[in-house]
Design a binder for this molecule. Structure first.
Ligand code: PXP
Length: 237
């Protein structure tokens, strides 16, 4: 199972002070050296974390694969075509949301999605569609010339009871099987953490998991001790 690491929240921390650190581009080589198979960033229309400048620097730094999460807004599509990530994942985007809510409604917007897919493909960018694990969305995706889908694992991650978790996991497993039969490479992500990831990682049809928030949260706490120690050492006269 491959791991794509989403580094948006390194930029979120920087934006708390609108300063210059931490720089997300410096996270690239650390993630790659630690086993990340791809680097994921989301250039949001409101630029709340990753900026265009970050994206260009990250493009230069990535040695594995760069996966750009993006909306279908024309301005964002133009940036993607000029930056040329290895892969673009089309996601729905609302300004008010804290994070991506729900999958892209490919079935309900087939013409619009198709035109964006075709434009990206012309620039040699592989395209993935971030969809809910539903047959209708998989069928619509398979009618477009995309290589991949990413199944939204948010409903599984948010399930409260064991029975609900089992049900959502089953949905993911069935959707992954169906998408593979349709010839699509299947990835998944959203809301995965150190407690809930293993069950999803066992689904053999899923090739890559894209994970961000839980990794950055973990990093902040694990590295807190050494960071305090380093500061304390500087206080010795
Ligand atoms: N995959 C997609 C398409 C996403 O939009 C996100 C969130 O940016 C993720 C994966 C990672 O989700 P999380 O930060 O909850 O791990």
């Amino acid at each position: 199972m491959k791991l794509g690491v989403n580094i948006d929240h390194i930029a979120s921390i920087r934006e708390l002070r609108k300063g210059i650190e931490p720089q997300p581009v410096f996270a690239v080589s650390i993630c790659e050296a630690s086993g990340a198979d791809s680097i994921v960033v989301h250039l949001r229309e409101d630029r709340r974390h990753i900026k265009e400048e970050d994206l260009r620097l990250i493009r230069e730094a990535v040695k594995t694969r760069l996966n750009l999460e993006m909306s279908t807004a024309p301005g964002i599509v133009d940036i993607a075509c000029s930056v040329k990530p290895d892969e673009a994942t089309l996601v729905p985007e609302k300004r008010q949301e804290l994070t991506t809510e729900g999958g892209l409604d490919v079935a309900g917007n087939i013409k619009k999605v198709e035109s964006v897919v075709n434009k990206l493909r012309k620039h040699d960018i592989q395209v993935s569609l971030f969809i809910d694990p539903l047959k209708s969305q998989i069928e619509a995706s398979s009618r477009l010339s995309v290589e991949m889908v990413e199944l939204h694992t948010g409903r599984y991650a948010e399930a409260k009871t064991v029975a609900q978790k089992k049900k959502r996991l089953m949905e993911l497993e069935q959707a992954a099987g169906y998408a593979s039969i349709k010839g699509l490479i299947v990835n998944a992500g959203h809301g995965l953490d150190y407690h809930n990831v293993r069950a999803v990682a066992k689904i053999s049809r899923i090739k890559e998991l894209n994970i961000g928030y839980s990794i950055i949260c973990r990093a902040a706490l694990i590295c807190l001790g050494p960071a305090v120690g380093e500061m304390k050492a500087l206080l010795h006269r």
